[in-house]
Design a protein around this ligand. Structure first.
Ligand code: PGA
Length: 265
C-alpha cells in the first residue's frame, strides 16, 4: 500500500450476528482500533454495516469506527407506502454514516434495477451531501468474465455509467464504488490482482467522465468478494483500490482485525 489516499475497510454482516455476540464484537473492535491508532501513523476508516436493528445501538458504542447500513428505501413511483423498509432519514437518525446500495444479492432477490439504485443514491445524498456516503456495488456475473476481461469491464462500466448519469454531477464526488464480481462473493474465488487493477482503472474512467474532480480526487473504489486474512495483503497493494468490502470474514473479529492491519501504516 503506497499512496496517501484515505483507505476503507468495510464489514458487511448481512443478516448475521458474530458468533461471540454483538456486544463482545463491538468491545473488541473498539479496543483493537484504539491500539492500532496508538501504534500506527495512519489507520483506515473502518465501517461495520450490521442489520438495521443494530445501527442505533452500535453507533452509541462505536468509539473508533463508523456504522453503515446495508440498504435504503427508495420508490421510483413515489408516494406509496412500504412496510418493512428504512428510509435515508431513518438511517441518518439511527447514526449510519455509510450505506451499501446495489449489492448483487439485493439486485437478484429484490429485483433492484440500475434506475432504482440511482434513486437510492440520490435519496441518501438528499439527506445532506456528506451525511451518509453511498457505497455503490457493481460487478459482473461469471459468464461475463468467462467471455473476456474486456467484456467484464464493459459490463461494469455500463453499470457505473447508468447510475452516474442519473445523478447531478456535483454529487458524484460524495459516492464510493465497490467492485464486487458476483462470482467472487462467498465463493472463495478472487480475480487476479491484474484483473482488479484493470477494473479499478475502467471504473475510474467513468468516474472521471462524470465528475468535475481531478484524477487524484476521484471517489474511492473498493474491492469486495471473498476477501480474507490470507489475501488482504495482496489486495491492499493493488493500485487504484482504496480498500475492501468484506462479507463473511468480517463476522470473525480476529480475521477482520488481520484485514484492517494490512491498511495500517
Ligand atoms: P464475501 O461477501 O466477503 O463473503 O464474499 C462480500 C459481500 O457480499 O459484500
Amino acid at each position: 500500500m503506497s499512496d496517501l489516499r484515505e483507505k476503507f475497510v468495510v464489514g458487511n454482516w448481512k443478516e448475521k450476528i458474530p458468533p461471540g455476540g454483538f456486544e463482545y464484537y463491538v468491545y473488541k473492535l473498539n479496543k483493537f482500533m484504539q491500539t492500532r491508532r496508538s501504534f500506527s501513523m495512519c489507520t483506515p476508516t473502518v465501517v461495520i454495516c450490521p442489520g438495521d436493528v443494530f445501527i442505533d445501538s452500535m453507533k452509541r458504542q462505536a468509539k473508533c469506527f463508523q456504522v453503515g447500513a446495508q440498504n435504503v428505501h427508495a420508490d421510483l413511483a413515489a408516494d406509496r407506502a412500504y412496510t418493512g423498509r428504512s428510509t435515508a432519514d431513518a438511517l441518518a437518525w439511527a447514526g449510519a454514516k455509510f450505506c451499501i446500495v446495489g449489492h448483487s444479492e439485493c439486485r437478484r432477490d429484490f429485483g433492484e434495477t440500475e434506475d432504482l439504485i440511482a434513486q437510492k443514491v440520490i435519496e441518501l445524498l438528499r439527506c445532506s451531501a456528506d451525511l451518509i456516503t453511498p457505497i455503490i456495488c457493481v460487478g459482473e456475473d461469471d459468464w461475463v468474465r468467462e467471455e473476456s476481461d474486456e467484456a467484464a469491464e464493459l459490463f461494469v462500466r455500463g453499470q457505473v455509467r447508468h447510475i452516474l448519469e442519473s445523478m447531478p454531477e456535483k454529487l458524484v464526488e460524495w459516492v464510493m464504488i465497490a467492485y464486487e464480481p458476483i462470482w467472487a462473493i462467498g465463493t472463495g474465488k478472487v480475480p487476479t490482482p491484474e484483473q482488479i487493477a484493470s477494473m479499478a482503472n475502467a471504473i475510474g474512467v467513468e468516474l472521471f467522465a462524470h465528475s468535475d474532480d481531478s484524477v487524484d480526487e476521484l471517489p474511492p473504489i473498493l474491492y469486495g468478494g471473498s476477501v480474507n486474512a490470507g489475501n488482504a495483503a495482496e489486495i491492499a497493494d493493488i493500485e487504484g483500490i482504496d480498500g475492501v468490502l468484506v462479507g463473511g470474514a468480517s463476522l470473525d473479529g480476529k480475521t477482520f482485525g488481520q484485514i484492517i492491519r494490512e491498511y495500517c501504516q
